[in-house]
Design a binder for this molecule. Structure first.
Ligand code: FES
Length: 115
């Protein structure tokens, strides 16, 4: 795997993300949602539900899942896959923390900022 185009983008402070909530990061034409679970796990996924594009960052976080605010699909934050009988998937991005900062791994950094 060619890692020369991988960037760890310094997205925000851990405390910028509310527990069981999310912050949005504009990335080119996409929006990435960075979630924080009640036990402080962090996840980054595309902020567009695989059903009809609902804003997952406005959903309810429970465990390692988020429920879409539009039609209640449950999306696994680790895998990006819809759970239960629903079928669909969103892109996920590796996340790490260092000194209370949150870094998201992106293969390209362009037009980026808080959404
Ligand atoms: S758009 Fe998310 S469940 Fe329909």
């Amino acid at each position: 795997m060619n890692t020369s185009n991988i960037h760890w983008y310094d997205a925000c402070a851990v405390d910028d993300i509310p527990k069981r909530g999310a912050v949005r990061l504009a990335h080119g034409s996409k929006t990435i949602a960075i979630f924080r679970s009640s036990d402080n796990k962090l996840f980054a996924i595309d902020d567009a539900c695989p059903h009809k594009g609902g804003p997952l960052s406005d959903g309810i976080v429970h465990g390692d899942c988020v429920t879409c605010p539009l039609h209640n699909w449950r999306i696994n934050l680790e895998s990006g896959r819809a759970e239960g009988s629903d079928d669909g998937c969103v892109s996920t991005y590796p996340v790490r923390t260092s000194q209370q900062r949150v870094y998201v791994e992106l293969t390209e950094v362009r037009d980026i900022g808080f959404a």
